[in-house]
Each structure stands twice: as C-alpha cells, then as structure tokens.
Design a protein around this ligand. Structure first.
Ligand SMILES: Cc1cc2nc3c(=O)[nH]c(=O)nc-3n(C[C@H](O)[C@H](O)[C@H](O)COP(=O)(O)OP(=O)(O)OC[C@H]3O[C@@H](n4cnc5c(N)ncnc54)[C@H](O)[C@@H]3O)c2cc1C
Length: 412
C-alpha cells in the first residue's frame, strides 16, 4: 500500500490512552502518527472533563516512560490510606469497616509502590495539558486533529486517509477511540456490555478539615460514593475529588438540584469527617456500564483502552487498565522495531491479546462483583458484608492479602 508518508504505527484517538501510547513510542523514536476527530487544545479547558484519575504505581511508570509524569502541571496527590465503609445516606457509616494504611506495609516494602503510596490522584485536565505539549514536541510523532479518517487494512500494511488531507501508510493501526470505537465495529469485533442502571456524578469539593491523604470508599445502596484526596490548588488548601454513583433516575434528580441542595445531599453521604464542604467548579454525570471486546486484534489492528474494555469506576481502575495496555503494546512495538521486525505482525498481536484480555476480564469481574455485593440494601447481605469487612480488618495477613488482591490493582 502506498501513502504520501509512512510511519510504523498510526493511532486513532488521542484520549489519555492513545495520547500516552503516542508519547511512549515517540520517546523511543518510533515514527508514529496520531489522529483525533476533535481539536486537542479544547480538551485542556477546565470544563471539558471533570475527572481525576487514581493512578496506580505501574501506570505511573508508564506515564514516566512516556515523559508525561514530570510534566503534569499540578502535583499529583498521594493516596496514603484507604477507608472502606458501608452505610445508608444520612446515617453514620457502619462501625465495621476496613482501613488500609500504606505505612502499615512500610515494613514490607513493595517495589511496585514507589514513595509508599497506594496511588496518586491526577487531574484529567493536567494529564491532557502534558499530553498535548509532549505530542507536539516529539519529532517522531505527527499529530492530525481535528481529522476525520478512513482506514484500510491489508495483510501487508494499512493506510489511514485524512479527509481533505494526507494519507499515512503504516504497519499497525491502534484503535484508541473510546467505548464506541468505529474501527472495532468496522473489524466486526463483537462486545459484551453490562449496564448498571447507575450514573457516576463527578465533582471536586473544598473541605474545612485536611484529608491527610485518606481516600474513602463508602458503599451505599444506590452505588458507591468515593472521596479521593487531591493536592491543594489555587482555589483551596483542602481538596478532594468525589465520584458518586447513584441509580440513574435519582442521579438525574440530584444533578437538577441547585448547588446548595446538591452540596447538602453530597454531605449526607460523605459524613462529617471533613467538616464543612463546598463545591469547586461544575459537576459532571456519566452513565456507567461495563464492556469487553471479544477480540483485541484483527489484521494489523490492536484495540487499546476503552475501545477494548470498560469497567465500573468502583475501584477507579478504568484508565489504569488502559495504561497497562499501553505498557505492553508499547514494549512489544518498540522491541519489534528495534529488532527490525514487523510491529503489526500476527504473532505480536496474538501475544498482546493473550496477556491483556484475561487481566482486563478479571478486573471487570472483580469490580462487577463488588458493585453487586455492595449496591444492595438487603439486611442479610449487609450483615454478611459488614462482618466480612470487619474480619478482613482484624486479621493483618488477610488484610495485606486483600490489599494486594482486591484493591490491589492499585498497587500493581
Ligand atoms: C465517572 C467515571 C469516573 C472514572 N474514574 C476513573 C478513575 O478514577 N481512574 C481510572 O483509571 N479511570 C477512571 N475512569 C475511566 C476513564 O475515564 C477511562 O477509562 C478513560 O477515559 C479511557 O481513555 P481512552 O483514551 O481509552 O478513551 P477516551 O477517553 O474515550 O478517548 C477517546 C478519544 O478518541 C477520540 N475519538 C473518538 N472517535 C474517534 C474517531 N472516529 N476518530 C478519531 N478520534 C476519535 C475522542 O475524541 C477522544 O479524544 C472513570 C470513568 C467514569 C465514567
């Protein structure tokens, strides 16, 4: 196939996953082109995406290798403790709870957790600013955005044509266009979806009492309510990100409330440990569902990030899984190009799918089970899970095991 220019890899979708993969390949000097249907600078606006990501140690290393971690304009806030509680809105949390303290495992240093934190809170906007700057600074990376593309794939290579622009030939196309990936559909790859009937409300709060790096996962009948500790910013000294999952109809009612009433509802769920709270900036609401693609690859095509999988945000793992895709795919592609081999080779793609799909399936199953267990107000189920939380809390080896296994993807 011929094109007006030629690269090793074309990435369609410059979201956090596609953008980070392009930076990772560009840092290694691999000729890469990246395309997005949207203009990238607009994504830096504070109103574009209110999310803040809990980034685990492994994905942090991916961001470091991509040259992005040190370029984040806001210092990531470390998560030093995680408290898991069960309750009902407006009631005190159950006295049976689980508390994970990163200092507790200090005597058991984990090479996967630099600085001893469970993870770091990174603002979506801050990551976006770093990705945009890096993409344009790397000589090996060509950026096409906004751009509508048409992709042709064949046994020998692929061609990405920009409407009204150039055509770029490559050996591998990466679909990183998010959940509704057109390239996945074009390749006839089926997906399984699990709707949750929940929506996730996302916003930031300022609070009177410092969080001391403690994250709270409060399980409520309508869905989990998470408070995640952020670093101070120019708006406030004590700041947390909130992800509040609620039945869709109730979430819509909450979103329609004025700021004062919405803040009161949020405070009823959070409890009083952070003192008086106030909203910082606007609120967002996302429908929640899980999804997994039946295959991650096709001829000269690899799916990455939300194009391949989506999980319930109960453990804040969605983007972490995407960064693990980036880590493996990046290593495989860089290794192949350095050895003079084909980065779109069928064996390489088979290996990518064989390593990543089971890992992502496991996280989908774990987060799905957690949500079903906790988004439930039946008295017997409440008792069993409360006793379970208390038992795990009191038995240190069990607690450490749980930390590694259940929350644990946070540490990997
Ligand atoms: C409420 C909520 C809270 C979350 N919290 C966390 C958290 O704490 N931690 C965590 O790890 N994850 C979290 N996630 C998940 C995380 O947001 C996603 O996993 C992440 O955004 C996926 O990144 P992506 O790059 O794969 O896809 P996206 O972010 O969807 O980006 C896709 C990109 O592709 C572009 N695109 C789409 N179609 C085309 C096309 N046809 N051609 C060209 N470009 C195209 C889009 O413009 C976009 O730029 C959360 C999700 C939700 C809903």
């Amino acid at each position: 196939m011929s094109g007006s220019r030629s690269v090793e890899v074309c990435i369609v979708g410059a979201g956090p996953v596609g953008g980070t993969l392009a930076c990772r390949l560009g840092e290694a000097g691999i000729a890469t082109a990246i395309f997005d249907r949207a203009a990238l600078p607009a994504m830096e606006h504070p109103d574009f995406d209110g999310r803040a990501y809990a980034i685990a140690a492994g994905p942090r290393r991916v961001l470091e290798a991509a040259g992005l971690w040190e370029r984040l304009d806001r210092r990531p806030g470390p998560i030093l403790d995680i408290r898991v509680t069960d309750g009902r809105p407006g009631e005190a949390a159950s006295h049976r709870f689980l508390h994970f303290d990163s200092r507790e495992v200090a005597g058991d240093p984990d090479p996967n957790a630099p600085d001893g934190a469970f993870g770091w809170m990174v603002e979506a906007r801050s990551l976006r600013v770093a990705i945009n700057a890096r993409l344009h600074a790397l000589p090996a990376v060509a950026v096409f955005a906004p751009a509508a593309v048409r992709v042709e794939r064949g046994a020998e290579g692929a061609l990405v044509e920009v409407a009204g622009g150039p055509a770029v030939a490559c050996r591998l196309v990466v679909a990183a266009e998010g959940r509704e990936s057109p390239l996945r559909r074009q390749a006839g790859i089926a997906v399984t979806r699990l709707p949750y009937g929940q929506s996730g409300m996302v916003f930031a709060i300022a609070h009177a009492v410092p969080h001391h790096g403690t994250a709270l996962e409060h399980f409520l009948p309508g869905g989990p309510f998470a408070q995640l500790p952020m670093a101070p910013n120019e708006a406030a000294e004590n700041v947390s990100a909130i992800v509040w999952a609620e039945r869709t109809a109730l979430a819509a009612r909450m979103m329609a409330l004025d700021e004062a009433a919405f803040t009161r509802e949020a405070a009823r769920r959070l409890g009083g440990h952070l003192g008086a709270i106030r909203l910082l900036g606007r609120r967002w609401c996302y429908p929640l569902s899980a999804m997994i693609a039946h295959r991650y690859t096709d001829t000269r095509l690899a799916l990455a990030g939300d194009a391949a999988h989506g999980v319930h945000p109960i453990a804040g793992q969605g983007l972490n899984l995407g960064f693990r895709d980036v880590s493996l795919l990046g290593d495989l592609v860089i290794g192949a190009v350095v050895r003079g081999e084909d980065p779109g080779d069928a064996d390489l793609l088979r290996r990518y799918q064989a390593e990543r799909r089971p890992d992502n399936m496991l996280m989908l199953a774990a987060t799905d089970a957690l949500d079903r267990l906790f988004s439930n107000d039946l008295a017997c189920v409440r008792l069993v899970r409360d006793l379970g939380l208390a038992a795990v809390h009191r038995i240190p080896p069990l607690k450490r095991l749980f930390m590694r296994q259940a929350m644990g993807a946070l540490m990997a």
